[in-house]
Design a protein around this ligand. Structure first.
Ligand SMILES: C[S@@+](CC[C@H](N)C(=O)[O-])C[C@H]1O[C@@H](n2cnc3c(N)ncnc32)[C@H](O)[C@@H]1O
Length: 203
Protein backbone atom coordinates (compact mmCIF):
# COMPACT_ATOMS: atom_id res chain seq x y z
CA UNK A 1 0.00 0.00 0.00
CA UNK A 2 1.27 3.54 -0.75
CA UNK A 3 2.30 5.55 2.32
CA UNK A 4 3.10 9.26 2.47
CA UNK A 5 4.93 10.54 5.58
CA UNK A 6 3.98 14.10 4.54
CA UNK A 7 0.28 13.19 4.84
CA UNK A 8 0.81 12.10 8.45
CA UNK A 9 2.45 15.46 9.24
CA UNK A 10 0.00 17.74 7.43
CA UNK A 11 -3.31 15.96 8.02
CA UNK A 12 -4.15 17.55 11.40
CA UNK A 13 -3.48 21.17 10.35
CA UNK A 14 -5.51 20.53 7.17
CA UNK A 15 -8.30 18.96 9.25
CA UNK A 16 -8.60 22.17 11.30
CA UNK A 17 -9.11 24.15 8.08
CA UNK A 18 -11.68 21.67 6.74
CA UNK A 19 -13.62 21.88 10.02
CA UNK A 20 -13.75 25.65 9.64
CA UNK A 21 -14.41 25.96 5.89
CA UNK A 22 -16.33 22.86 4.72
CA UNK A 23 -20.08 23.42 4.83
CA UNK A 24 -21.80 20.99 7.25
CA UNK A 25 -22.90 17.75 5.59
CA UNK A 26 -20.54 18.25 2.65
CA UNK A 27 -20.09 15.96 -0.33
CA UNK A 28 -16.45 16.39 -1.35
CA UNK A 29 -14.56 15.42 -4.50
CA UNK A 30 -10.86 14.93 -3.81
CA UNK A 31 -8.52 15.29 -6.81
CA UNK A 32 -5.19 13.41 -6.82
CA UNK A 33 -5.87 11.42 -3.63
CA UNK A 34 -2.53 9.57 -3.85
CA UNK A 35 -2.21 7.09 -0.99
CA UNK A 36 -5.75 7.79 0.31
CA UNK A 37 -4.49 8.65 3.81
CA UNK A 38 -6.21 12.06 3.79
CA UNK A 39 -9.48 10.54 2.58
CA UNK A 40 -9.50 7.92 5.38
CA UNK A 41 -8.49 10.39 8.10
CA UNK A 42 -10.96 13.15 7.22
CA UNK A 43 -13.93 10.77 7.03
CA UNK A 44 -12.93 9.39 10.45
CA UNK A 45 -12.77 12.87 11.96
CA UNK A 46 -15.59 14.90 10.37
CA UNK A 47 -19.21 13.78 10.85
CA UNK A 48 -21.73 13.77 7.96
CA UNK A 49 -19.03 13.90 5.32
CA UNK A 50 -19.32 12.07 2.00
CA UNK A 51 -15.82 11.87 0.46
CA UNK A 52 -15.18 10.90 -3.16
CA UNK A 53 -11.47 10.13 -3.67
CA UNK A 54 -10.00 10.10 -7.18
CA UNK A 55 -6.74 9.53 -9.02
CA UNK A 56 -5.37 9.25 -12.52
CA UNK A 57 -6.11 5.74 -13.89
CA UNK A 58 -2.68 4.31 -13.01
CA UNK A 59 -3.07 5.51 -9.40
CA UNK A 60 -6.52 4.05 -8.79
CA UNK A 61 -5.51 0.44 -7.83
CA UNK A 62 -3.15 1.41 -4.94
CA UNK A 63 -5.59 4.10 -3.79
CA UNK A 64 -8.50 1.67 -3.87
CA UNK A 65 -6.42 -0.85 -1.89
CA UNK A 66 -6.31 1.52 1.09
CA UNK A 67 -9.95 2.48 0.73
CA UNK A 68 -11.03 -1.17 0.65
CA UNK A 69 -8.93 -1.93 3.75
CA UNK A 70 -9.48 1.21 5.83
CA UNK A 71 -12.46 3.01 4.30
CA UNK A 72 -15.03 1.54 6.65
CA UNK A 73 -12.87 1.59 9.82
CA UNK A 74 -14.48 3.88 12.41
CA UNK A 75 -15.99 6.50 10.09
CA UNK A 76 -17.35 9.53 11.96
CA UNK A 77 -21.16 9.39 12.48
CA UNK A 78 -22.94 9.77 9.14
CA UNK A 79 -19.69 9.86 7.13
CA UNK A 80 -18.82 7.69 4.15
CA UNK A 81 -15.72 7.11 2.03
CA UNK A 82 -16.71 6.17 -1.53
CA UNK A 83 -14.75 3.85 -3.87
CA UNK A 84 -11.97 5.59 -5.81
CA UNK A 85 -12.86 7.23 -9.10
CA UNK A 86 -10.56 7.48 -12.13
CA UNK A 87 -10.07 11.17 -12.89
CA UNK A 88 -7.36 12.98 -14.85
CA UNK A 89 -8.28 16.64 -14.57
CA UNK A 90 -7.17 17.45 -18.11
CA UNK A 91 -9.58 14.89 -19.64
CA UNK A 92 -12.84 16.84 -19.72
CA UNK A 93 -15.04 13.77 -20.16
CA UNK A 94 -13.64 12.03 -17.06
CA UNK A 95 -15.05 14.52 -14.53
CA UNK A 96 -18.05 13.26 -12.54
CA UNK A 97 -21.24 15.25 -12.93
CA UNK A 98 -21.45 16.53 -9.38
CA UNK A 99 -22.65 18.82 -7.99
CA UNK A 100 -20.27 18.73 -5.01
CA UNK A 101 -20.28 21.03 -1.99
CA UNK A 102 -16.48 21.13 -2.17
CA UNK A 103 -13.44 20.03 -4.15
CA UNK A 104 -10.27 19.33 -2.14
CA UNK A 105 -6.77 18.69 -3.44
CA UNK A 106 -3.40 18.47 -1.67
CA UNK A 107 0.06 18.88 -3.16
CA UNK A 108 -1.10 18.48 -6.74
CA UNK A 109 -0.81 21.91 -8.44
CA UNK A 110 3.01 21.88 -8.43
CA UNK A 111 2.99 18.41 -10.04
CA UNK A 112 0.60 19.47 -12.81
CA UNK A 113 1.74 21.53 -15.80
CA UNK A 114 0.26 25.03 -16.16
CA UNK A 115 -2.43 24.02 -18.67
CA UNK A 116 -3.39 21.10 -16.41
CA UNK A 117 -3.75 23.48 -13.47
CA UNK A 118 -6.07 25.61 -15.63
CA UNK A 119 -8.09 22.47 -16.47
CA UNK A 120 -8.19 21.57 -12.76
CA UNK A 121 -9.63 24.97 -11.79
CA UNK A 122 -12.15 25.00 -14.66
CA UNK A 123 -13.24 21.41 -13.96
CA UNK A 124 -13.60 22.10 -10.24
CA UNK A 125 -15.80 25.12 -10.96
CA UNK A 126 -17.94 23.00 -13.30
CA UNK A 127 -18.67 20.28 -10.71
CA UNK A 128 -19.19 22.61 -7.73
CA UNK A 129 -22.67 23.61 -6.67
CA UNK A 130 -23.23 27.39 -6.63
CA UNK A 131 -21.53 28.62 -3.45
CA UNK A 132 -19.46 25.41 -3.30
CA UNK A 133 -15.81 25.66 -2.26
CA UNK A 134 -12.50 24.68 -3.78
CA UNK A 135 -9.73 24.06 -1.23
CA UNK A 136 -6.20 23.69 -2.58
CA UNK A 137 -3.34 22.76 -0.22
CA UNK A 138 0.34 23.17 -1.02
CA UNK A 139 3.22 25.63 -1.28
CA UNK A 140 2.52 28.79 -3.32
CA UNK A 141 4.49 31.88 -4.33
CA UNK A 142 3.06 35.42 -4.41
CA UNK A 143 3.61 37.56 -7.49
CA UNK A 144 6.82 35.71 -8.32
CA UNK A 145 8.19 35.79 -4.76
CA UNK A 146 8.63 32.59 -2.76
CA UNK A 147 7.40 32.76 0.83
CA UNK A 148 10.38 30.72 2.12
CA UNK A 149 13.82 29.54 1.06
CA UNK A 150 12.66 25.95 1.31
CA UNK A 151 9.88 26.63 -1.22
CA UNK A 152 12.39 28.26 -3.62
CA UNK A 153 14.62 25.17 -3.35
CA UNK A 154 11.64 22.86 -3.83
CA UNK A 155 10.58 24.85 -6.91
CA UNK A 156 14.08 24.58 -8.43
CA UNK A 157 14.15 20.85 -7.67
CA UNK A 158 10.77 20.25 -9.36
CA UNK A 159 11.77 22.23 -12.46
CA UNK A 160 15.05 20.30 -12.71
CA UNK A 161 13.02 17.06 -12.80
CA UNK A 162 10.49 18.38 -15.30
CA UNK A 163 10.28 22.00 -16.54
CA UNK A 164 6.47 21.70 -16.63
CA UNK A 165 6.31 21.24 -12.84
CA UNK A 166 6.85 23.99 -10.28
CA UNK A 167 5.42 25.84 -7.28
CA UNK A 168 2.37 27.78 -8.54
CA UNK A 169 1.86 31.50 -8.07
CA UNK A 170 -1.25 32.86 -6.36
CA UNK A 171 -1.61 35.72 -8.88
CA UNK A 172 -1.89 33.26 -11.78
CA UNK A 173 -4.10 30.88 -9.78
CA UNK A 174 -6.51 33.70 -8.91
CA UNK A 175 -6.57 34.85 -12.56
CA UNK A 176 -7.42 31.34 -13.78
CA UNK A 177 -9.89 30.76 -10.98
CA UNK A 178 -11.68 34.06 -11.69
CA UNK A 179 -11.98 33.10 -15.37
CA UNK A 180 -13.66 29.85 -14.27
CA UNK A 181 -16.21 31.53 -12.03
CA UNK A 182 -14.40 31.09 -8.69
CA UNK A 183 -14.05 33.94 -6.19
CA UNK A 184 -11.26 34.04 -3.58
CA UNK A 185 -12.57 33.32 -0.09
CA UNK A 186 -9.54 32.67 2.14
CA UNK A 187 -5.82 32.04 2.19
CA UNK A 188 -4.88 30.09 5.31
CA UNK A 189 -1.20 29.75 6.33
CA UNK A 190 -0.20 26.29 7.56
CA UNK A 191 3.00 24.72 8.93
CA UNK A 192 6.06 24.06 6.74
CA UNK A 193 5.36 27.13 4.56
CA UNK A 194 2.26 25.58 3.05
CA UNK A 195 -1.19 27.15 2.75
CA UNK A 196 -4.73 26.36 1.79
CA UNK A 197 -6.24 28.61 -0.87
CA UNK A 198 -10.04 28.62 -0.81
CA UNK A 199 -12.40 29.83 -3.55
CA UNK A 200 -16.16 29.94 -3.74
CA UNK A 201 -18.10 29.11 -6.89
CA UNK A 202 -20.18 32.14 -7.95
CA UNK A 203 -23.90 31.53 -7.50
C1 LIG B 1 2.48 14.72 -4.69
S1 LIG B 1 1.13 13.71 -5.04
C2 LIG B 1 -0.02 14.18 -3.76
C3 LIG B 1 -0.91 13.05 -3.38
C4 LIG B 1 -1.83 13.31 -2.18
N1 LIG B 1 -2.83 14.30 -2.49
C5 LIG B 1 -1.03 13.73 -0.98
O1 LIG B 1 -1.22 14.83 -0.46
O2 LIG B 1 -0.20 12.92 -0.54
C6 LIG B 1 0.44 14.46 -6.49
C7 LIG B 1 -0.76 13.72 -7.05
O3 LIG B 1 -1.31 14.47 -8.14
C8 LIG B 1 -1.83 13.55 -9.07
N2 LIG B 1 -1.96 14.17 -10.38
C9 LIG B 1 -0.98 14.66 -11.16
N3 LIG B 1 -1.48 15.07 -12.34
C10 LIG B 1 -2.82 14.84 -12.31
C11 LIG B 1 -3.89 15.03 -13.23
N4 LIG B 1 -3.68 15.53 -14.45
N5 LIG B 1 -5.14 14.69 -12.84
C12 LIG B 1 -5.36 14.15 -11.62
N6 LIG B 1 -4.39 13.94 -10.70
C13 LIG B 1 -3.14 14.28 -11.05
C14 LIG B 1 -0.80 12.42 -9.07
O4 LIG B 1 -1.31 11.23 -9.60
C15 LIG B 1 -0.42 12.33 -7.60
O5 LIG B 1 -1.18 11.38 -6.89
Amino acid sequence: MLFSPACERNRSPILAVLRRWLPAGSTVLEVGSGSGQHAVFFTQEIPRLIWQPSEQASGVPPLQERIALEGSLRPAPGSRLLPALSLAVDATDAWPAGPYSAVFSANTAHIMGESTVAAFLAGSARVLAPGGRLLLYGPFSDNGVHTAESNAAFDAHLRSLDPAMGVRDTVELHRLAGRSGLEPLADVPLPANNRILIWSRRG
